[in-house]
Design a protein. Structure first.
Length: 141
């Protein structure tokens, strides 16, 4: 199982819109690559083992203490399917843990299912949260 976890279970990267920088109280969109079944064959104790991993849910950590779990990988703008509003400025790191259902087949003997899900956390995506401040100015003549 530990060998298949390293090979078949990809850690997905968070994509953010707007990219790299966002504003306090602005809907910040997050999403990742479209969910798909990952399949690979590993050799374990001399036997070929086919391993499949299917994303079941996604746990988003926004870097400000807020976490949300969804069944969707989200979608880019204009979908606004998964959004987050930051309440204060600063540098944050957004991470995504993909929770996979897994099964394996040893040398064609039939599928066996791994109980529960296997959580895999992908690389952090840095994000700078900035604050826009309105300023009154005299109109030009």
């Amino acid at each position: 199982m530990s060998e298949s976890k390293d090979v078949a279970f990809p850690g997905l990267r968070v994509k953010v819109q707007p990219a790299e920088k966002t504003l306090v109280n602005l809907d910040t969109i997050v999403y990742t690559d479209q969910a798909k079944v990952s399949s690979t064959t590993v050799t374990l104790l001399g036997f070929p083992v086919l391993v499949e991993a299917t994303p079941m849910s996604y746990t988003w950590r926004f870097g400000d203490g807020t976490t949300v779990t969804t069944e969707s990988p989200g979608k880019p703008y204009p979908a606004k399917e998964i959004t987050h509003k930051y309440l204060k400025r600063g540098a944050v790191s957004v991470t995504l843990t993909t929770n996979y259902a897994a099964r394996f087949n040893v040398d064609g003997t039939g599928w066996q299912y791994i109980q529960g899900t296997v959580p895999i956390t992908g690389p952090a995506t840095p994000l700078q949260v900035q604050e826009a401040v309105p300023v009154l100015v005299d109109p030009p003549n």
